[in-house]
Design a protein around this ligand. Structure first.
Ligand code: PRX
Length: 567
């Protein structure tokens, strides 16, 4: 029997207070995600149950019980407090998927500070803009990434401490650097959790928009109410499950469902801190007897390419429930997984901004391959007419995906950017920025984004960020960045570049430009191709018409060009 039972029955009379009651939260009282994921689970008698089964490069591994993660979070929290870190201070986690990332996250929340996880693959410039915007006071990192922090620390006067969790004493620590080892620190048994309340800020995740700076999506402790119940009903997490979320906590999936949801439920989860390979992933599932698996379409497509033979070489019979998020999950992938794993991947749709799943396929509900499913109980989801911003009643007609504000995990603002936050609402609807249609059974069918943001392998890339990096190179006069189709990543980044006089449009030049921007962008945002052009299509007001270049790449109709400069 699945946790949700009947979706239809859950819809009727749904109220979020159900989740509050299950968590024993009384409105107006304190609520702290760090406490819920550790102390409460121990108090419920699960102190000795494995919480984290971690595996690193080369097969090194370690298991932490719920009591271990409680103590570790206390110890890290206590250490940060000793450094003068106060509630609402921003503490950045700039780490690979090592245990300190997960335990540090909980420790930061326990002291009421705000956790700011960032991908360790970020280059120094990507790091700089995010730390500057958040006015981050502490960064927790490891030896292999500290050189990137050193490059930018002079531009970050607010950054008081740089904590290295694996310092080996070989080279002297530099300015503002501290060594902290979780294994060597005295475990802190008794710890007073900071009295955060529902609206106290908890997590700051940076996400890319069409223009300007990445935006800091600010969440609050009350988000737990939605993350807990969605993890329970959509991922169907049960007491004896071994759960694997493949996402990095630098991305919201890796925190909402790679930390908060499962641990709020007291479920054992495993983490694999190594790159993707079909062999390594299947081996991991087999070895740990993974039962619930939450992954992403690009990974699934990569597994499809690796073929079925390799699946047969592994015993994957432990798998009970599969789910996916981040990009459109094509129907072929659903049908394939049904054939080779005996179970379909259940698509889920949500965003950094929504904090928790909004539209999903539920256990027991009919899966229509290619559809994102139906809104979670308590979520009012519609598609709006792009002009009137009124909900579209007609089945199959494409509109803007919008939600009625007020669900518990909704972002509370964009950090230091309230105007952009306010611009996400119209007629009291939250605009997701995506387009879809709804069929006559209420299933949502994703169509595309309503802006120029590129979704490559599930990661959002702002064309503006890539263009800005390109423009900093002396050879580049103008650039326009769009997506182009890709079999595995769905779409990849392509740059059109107009060179300054005196620069040759050849392969060496391309290499020089690529090497230059590599230092500024995350690996995911790197263009897969540069095409030299003599001019770029522009509107009369001088704005580059990415839409035209996009249509050209995707072989689509070009549409209205009445504002084009060179008609
Ligand atoms: O365009 C949608 C796409 O990813 C965007 C949100 O990205 P991000 O904030 O990084 O969060 C992703 C993980 C929660 C959405 O606006 N997206 C997400 N899920 C799906 C999707 N597109 C199609 N199908 C999905 N299931």
């Amino acid at each position: 029997m699945s946790n949700i039972g009947s979706y239809e029955e859950r819809l009727a009379g749904f109220d979020w207070s159900l989740s509050e009651k299950e968590l024993g939260y009384i409105p107006g009282d304190r609520i702290n995600i760090g406490w819920y994921c550790t102390d409460r689970i121990c108090q419920m008698g699960m102190a000795d149950k494995p919480a984290l089964i971690w595996e690193g490069l080369g097969g090194s591994g370690r298991t932490y019980t719920f009591n271990d993660i409680r103590l570790a979070a206390n110890t890290i929290g206590h250490y940060l407090q000793g450094l003068g870190v106060k509630d609402q201070d921003r503490v950045c986690l700039f780490l690979d998927k090592i245990p300190e990332l997960y335990l540090g996250f909980l420790g930061i929340l326990k002291i009421g500070a705000i956790a700011q996880p960032l991908f360790s693959a970020f280059g120094d410039e990507s790091l700089l803009v995010r730390l500057e915007n958040a006015e981050t006071s502490v960064i927790i990192t490891q030896r292999k990434h500290v050189s990137k922090v050193r490059k930018i620390r002079d531009q970050l006067p607010q950054l008081r401490h740089i904590i290295i969790v694996d310092y080996d004493g070989r080279k002297p620590l530099q300015e503002r650097e501290l060594a902290f080892s979780l294994d060597e620190a005295a475990p802190v048994e008794e710890f007073e959790v900071f009295p955060t309340e529902a609206e106290s800020p908890s997590v700051l995740h940076y996400t890319s928009g069409t223009t300007g700076m990445p935006k800091g999506v600010q969440h609050v402790h009350y988000s737990l109410i939605a993350q807990y119940l969605t993890a329970k009903w959509v991922l169907d997490l049960q007491d004896d499950d071994i759960y694997w979320c493949t996402a990095d906590p630098g991305w919201v999936t890796g925190t909402s469902y790679g930390i908060i949801g499962p641990w709020g439920l007291g479920v054992t989860q495993c983490v694999l801190d190594s790159g993707f390979s079909a062999e390594a992933w299947y081996r991991f599932i087999e070895k740990h007897r993974v039962t619930v698996w939450y992954s992403a379409p690009t990974a699934i497509r990569s597994l499809m390419r690796a073929g079925e033979e390799i699946v047969k070489q592994h015993d994957l019979s432990s798998l009970r429930h599969l789910a996916s998020v981040g990009e459109p999950l094509n129907s072929e992938a659903v049908i394939w997984s049904e054939r080779v794993f005996g179970k379909p991947f259940h698509d889920t749709y949500w965003q950094t901004e929504t904090g928790a799943m909004m539209i999903a396929n539920y256990p027991g509900m009919k899966v229509k391959p290619g559809s994102m499913g139906r809104p979670f109980p308590g979520i009012t989801g519609v598609v709006l007419d792009p002009n009137s911003h009124e909900p579209i009643a007609e089945a199959g007609k494409v509109g803007l995906i919008a939600f009625k504000p007020g669900w518990p995990a909704m972002m509370r603002t964009y950090w230091n950017n309230e105007a952009t936050y306010q611009a996400k609402f119209v007629n009291n609807w939250y605009l997701s920025g995506d387009r879809a249609s709804i069929d006559n059974e209420g299933y949502f069918w994703f169509v595309g984004r309503d802006d120029d943001v590129i979704n490559t392998a599930g990661h959002l890339v702002s064309p503006f960020e890539v263009e800005s990096a390109l423009l900093e190179h002396e050879a580049v006069a103008e650039s326009a960045v769009v997506s182009k189709p890709d079999e595995v990543n769905m779409e990849v980044v392509k740059a059109f570049v107009m060179l300054n006089p005196g620069f040759e449009p050849d392969a060496e030049q391309e290499l020089r430009i690529m090497n230059f921007i590599r230092k500024k962008l995350s690996p995911l945002a790197m263009p897969q191709e540069i095409e030299y052009v003599d001019s770029l299509p522009k509107t009369r007001s001088g704005k580059i018409m990415r839409r035209l270049l996009h249509a050209q790449e995707w072989g689509e109709e070009i549409g209205d060009t009445s504002t084009l400069e060179d008609e």
